[in-house]
Design a protein around this ligand. Sequence first.
Ligand code: SF4
Length: 236
Amino acid sequence: MELHYLSIRYEGDYDALLARLRVNEECEEEFRDIFDECMKIANPKGVFGACSAEQDGPYTIVGGKRFDSRVLSVNFKGLDRVFPYVISCGRELYDRACAESDPLYRFWIDGISEAALRAVGVKTREAVQETYGLTAVSCVNPGSLADFPLPCQRPLFDLLGEGPDRIGLQLTPSFLMLPYKSGSGIYFESGKRYENCSLCPRLTCPGRRAPYSEEMLAAYGLLPGPADGAQGVCEA
Ligand code: SF4
């Protein structure tokens, strides 16, 4: 697969971060120092490519890797190519966070890293659309739903070959990513907006982007979800 790399200069919105991280007025000067330091080193990155998609009975074959997932099967129906990707806040911010012993400073650096991750996520989505001439895309993410669980990270990373390693992103034996502020998934062309959250029963999740819908569950051939919190596993 031909890989495309992104490496961006992240310029954080100071006031937005100040508010988001609820920094007290008396700590503002310290926060400013941490913010400035992070802006000097922040270099979030991403990598993506295109690969084949086809159905084989109940399985979805993506770039030769077999996935047993209703979410993939329904979303990729009729498509002959999809776009795996990984993104990360970058090793620079991660190493700085790991070296920090003060828990408050660490919390701030993690918050800034998360914002850097979001920034490269937006750029990656735009780059995927531009590179392949797609008008609208949605994505599925391993670990977001029980139907597409975290171990699916392994074949996804395999699809991207040396890409994750080249941007400093590692997969742990328990399928978590390092740096922690990283993301992975598969973009697919879709006229309709798809959000994992519609199928996720974690009702009180603060990151929810779409309402939980039993109608959607039925459309995807998934059983109604159990009580809140039982299945929501993504870190979004
Ligand atoms: S855990 Fe939250 S963000 Fe993730 S899919 Fe569920 S509702 Fe959405």
